[in-house]
Design a protein around this ligand. Structure first.
Ligand code: NAD
Length: 321
């Protein structure tokens, strides 16, 4: 899409609700994007808002999200705590705003589906922060899978581990598996049909800080995921194992290493700015009314799989979806 550089009329007026660790990144990227006019920011922390508005020249700040929803912004990014995603997104959609909602979309598939229905009825875009759909390393691997470069895909292995303290009421599955389930679907164009999950809550009762999930697909492919808040370091790594070749993807640096008959080939991918790409895609979908690749249906499906994982963990058995 071509926006003329300085034509304000072409810019989409935006508000960001929740400007903590992740929301600040939305603020920064919107303030750089020519397609956006970042008009409002909202957080409970007023001093944070003052600093951000000064740094990025944002005209309106508020600690009350209703001010943003009553304003003339066309769209909002919601980057607040998971527990209020549903309430804020619902009110935003009913106020006629397009919504980019951070992951996990809500805390249940029921409320996520409700948002999908509300967005449809209101004819508004509902995007979810499934940022790995905008990762050039993963996009390249997806293309190669489609072309048959790896041969038959046998399995995927994902490791999503970080050192973090448990944050009641969020466990590691709700926190990290929106990404891992989304990546499986992005690469394979399929959702798992069976989920088997084990895990442990070491530090806080009922709040798993480690989990191991086996996801099985109808074509025999499976995906094994390790998520943890205890393993030292930060790892966002994927292996694709195929009959002809295999690959290792380091999802943060976007480095892709292919293994072929004992040789290692570096695919030389230049890492893109994934948040900027995600926000541009959202703005583009508003302008053109085009389909989102990270829509609310995808967010809802990841929540269903998270619920299946927790059910499997609780009952000690495989759950069919
Ligand atoms: N897509 C990704 O890769 C990614 C990465 C990190 C975090 N996230 C998601 O982003 C969201 C925020 O995470 P975070 O790490 O930035 O948390 P955070 O605690 O640093 O920030 C949350 C902010 O929301 C504000 N807030 C809470 N309720 C509010 C309300 N009613 N109105 C306005 N502001 C309110 C808080 O004051 C806080 O500043 C979470 O849903 C998280 O899962 C996504």
């Amino acid at each position: 899409m071509n926006f003329s550089k300085d034509d304000k009329m072409d810019k989409i007026k935006i508000g960001v609700i929740g400007t903590g660790y992740w929301g600040k990144k939305h603020v920064f990227e919107y303030s750089q994007l020519k397609e956006a006019e970042l008009s409002w920011i909202c957080d409970l922390d007023k001093s944070l808002l003052k600093t951000l508005s000064k740094d990025h020249n944002i005209p309106n700040i508020t600690t009350n999200y209703k001010d943003v929803l009553e304003s003339d912004v066309k769209a909002v990014s919601i980057c607040s705590n998971n527990e209020n995603h549903y309430k804020l997104a619902k009110e935003a959609l009913l106020a006629g705003k397009h919504v980019l909602l951070e992951k996990p979309m809500t805390t249940s598939s029921k409320t996520s589906q409700d948002l999908v229905n509300i967005a449809k009825k209101a004819k508004r875009q509902l995007a979810v922060g499934h940022i790995f759909r905008f990762n050039d390393g993963l996009s390249e691997v997806k293309k190669l899978i489609k072309k048959g470069y790896f041969g038959d895909i046998y399995f995927l292995r994902l490791q999503w581990t970080t050192v973090l303290n448990p944050k009641n009421p969020i466990d590691v599955i709700l926190d990290l598996c929106p990404h891992t389930f989304d990546i499986m679907n992005y690469l394979l164009d399929e959702w798992p049909i069976k989920i088997t999950c084990t895990g442990k809550a070491y530090r806080k009762k009922n709040l798993e800080d480690v989990a191991f999930i086996m996801a099985e697909f109808k074509n025999g492919i499976c995906a094994h995921t390790e998520v943890s808040w205890l393993l030292p370091g930060k790892v966002r790594e994927l292996y694709v194992i195929g009959s002809k070749r295999s690959a290792n993807v380091e999802c943060l640096s976007q480095k892709v290493l292919v293994f072929e008959n004992g040789k290692e080939i570096n695919l030389n991918i230049t890492a893109n700015n994934t948040i900027a790409s995600e926000l541009s895609h959202f703005l583009d979908s508003i302008k053109k009314g085009s389909t989102l690749s990270n829509d609310g249906e995808i967010g809802t499906k990841t929540l269903q799989l998270i619920e299946a994982s927790k059910e499997s963990l609780k009952k000690g058995k495989t759950i069919e979806i």
